[in-house]
Design a binder for this molecule. Structure first.
Ligand SMILES: Nc1nc2c(ncn2[C@@H]2O[C@H](COP(=O)(O)OP(=O)(O)OP(=O)(O)O)[C@@H](O)[C@H]2O)c(=O)[nH]1
Length: 475
């Protein structure tokens, strides 16, 4: 079962693959009859697993004859399908986008404070289902009901997670849904223009140029293969393809954070350009580990900017955790050295290291980050357990090029994608996967302490495509 079917089953209780089988069986005699006239449609070897699995299934003519008659097809030229919660108007962009990498001299970074909390409108009563591991999802509902007499803490967290993804990604979702529906509204037939427009839609959604072309090429085959002609079928094939692709690309990916395997402190080094959200992410993570009863220390390694030290100290106060800091413009490597020593001597569990997002030039910054890393590894050979690159998800392709630059010089082990509660185009996750192969490990879904989540691809995809997935089941 592909990711699309799994997610749909988990959230709607419907299994699209079963419906598909049924439809296939119903259409089989028709196809057989046509085979004598038309050359066989070639199955693209690159087509996704779901499509090829389906296409290889052998239908049983006996079963077919017992099934219900084929539903009448709605008109191709029908009005665009109404899609729930997908307002046509563009959702507001954060008015003050942090100028990444821009000025070399001016310090203050404009912060999109206006975006503070996403306006959490009451969601339509969509049942918040839990996304489980593949195997669990495949289990029957009865099994789950029987074995869960009371809700465990993990389950409550899971539900909170789904809710947070759902609410946090609302703007991104609406923005993508609106584009997608505009695209479908222009749908007349599946021709070259259609695929050109589709490519454009995908590029606008930040999946990256190469990925957009690839998806659109694969869809050419799939639309043909599925014999999709009406708008709802075409829409279904596209959404399914996108969702399955998120799953496909991330199959080998390990999204979990690594911790020290002995008694020495775990060290996470945070890198990324100004305003991406490093300090905020450190503050949120410190809160999380502090709540878990861990002893947390923060290191103010951004000595380039006095404000950055104060900002981290503010978070330290809020979280109730100590901050190792020095005066502005001291060597950040020495601050980090002191912090590592302190973490070892005072038995801290976790040390979170903030770094500068900008120096006079890129080479200087990269050299500084290397030096900081060397200092850490010299003291604790297995540390840092993570070098986390923080990227502002709402900056789209800009985030991707930053990631490429950082990755060339610093060995990045994971990505923190922040501000996904703004109008990001979730496609950036796909672009990062396809072009960088670095796992996203954490996502920022707001500015508050609790608005940080471990990256869960399935919940993310549900948050991003909810209406389209649910809508696809109601076709
Ligand atoms: N909406 C939203 N805002 C965020 C998120 N993460 C960070 N921010 C905001 O982004 C702005 C910049 O965050 P910082 O943590 O200061 O970024 P930084 O990378 O440390 O920047 P420098 O300290 O200048 O290097 C702040 O206003 C944060 O509140 C998020 O997930 N969602």
């Amino acid at each position: 079962m592909g990711l699309f079917d799994r997610i749909k089953k988990a959230f709607t209780g419907k299994d699209d693959s079963e419906e598909k089988d049924l439809e296939k069986k119903q259409n089989e005699p028709e196809k057989e009859a046509n085979q004598s006239e038309e050359p066989e449609t070639k199955v693209d070897e690159t087509a996704t697993d779901s499509a090829s699995e389906e296409s290889t299934e052998v239908s049983n003519p006996e079963t077919v004859s017992k099934e219900e008659p084929v539903e009448p097809e709605p008109e191709v030229e029908a009005q665009p399908e109404p899609v729930k919660e997908a307002p046509e108007e563009k959702t507001a962009q954060p008015s003050a986008e942090p100028e990444v990498e821009a000025d070399e001299t001016e310090q203050p970074v404009e912060k999109p404070v206006e975006e503070a909390k996403p306006t959490v409108e009451p969601e339509k009563s969509e049942p918040v289902a839990e996304i489980k591991d593949t195997d669990e999802v495949l289990e029957s509902d009865e099994t789950q009901e029987e074995s869960v007499p009371e809700e465990s803490a993990t389950e409550t967290e899971e539900k909170d997670d789904v809710k947070e993804y759902d609410e946090g990604l609302k703007k991104s979702r609406n923005s993508f849904s609106a584009r997608f529906n505009r695209f479908l509204a222009n749908f007349r037939s599946v021709d070259e223009d259609f695929f050109d427009d589709l490519e454009e839609l995908l590029i606008e959604s930040d999946v990256g140029y190469e990925t957009a072309v690839r998806i659109s090429d694969e869809l050419r085959e799939e639309v043909k293969l599925e014999n999709a002609k009406k708008r709802s079928d075409v829409s279904n094939v596209i959404v399914k393809k996108l969702v399955d692709m998120y799953g496909e690309e991330g199959k080998e990916e390990d999204n979990s954070l690594k911790f020290s395997t002995d008694k020495t402190p775990t060290i996470f080094l945070f890198v990324g350009v100004n305003g991406a959200g490093k300090t905020t992410t450190i503050g949120k993570l410190a809160h999380r580990y502090q709540q878990q009863g861990k002893k947390v220390l923060l290191a103010a390694g951004d000595t380039f900017r006095a404000g950055a030290i104060e900002q981290l100290q503010e978070w330290g106060k809020r979280d109730g955790v100590p901050v190792q800091a020095s005066k502005a413009h001291t060597d950040p490597a020495s601050v980090v050295y002191d912090a590592v020593q302190r973490a070892i001597d005072e038995d801290f569990d976790i040390l979170l290291v903030d770094t500068a997002g900008r120096l006079q030039n890129k080479e200087g910054l990269m050299r500084e980050l290397e030096k900081i890393k060397r200092v850490i590894t010299r003291e604790l050979p297995e540390a840092p357990q993570e070098v986390l690159l923080v990227l502002d998800g709402s900056t789209g392709q800009n985030a991707l090029s930053q990631a490429k630059q950082f990755n060339e010089t610093t060995e990045v082990s994971g990505i923190v994608l922040t501000k996904l509660d703004g109008s990001s185009q979730g496609g950036i996750v796909l672009a990062i996967r396809n072009e960088l192969h670095i796992p996203v490990k954490l996502v920022g879904l707001g500015e508050q302490m609790d608005d940080l989540r471990d990256f869960d691809p399935e919940k993310f995809i549900y948050g991003l495509f909810k209406e389209l997935i649910v809508g696809a089941s109601n076709k």
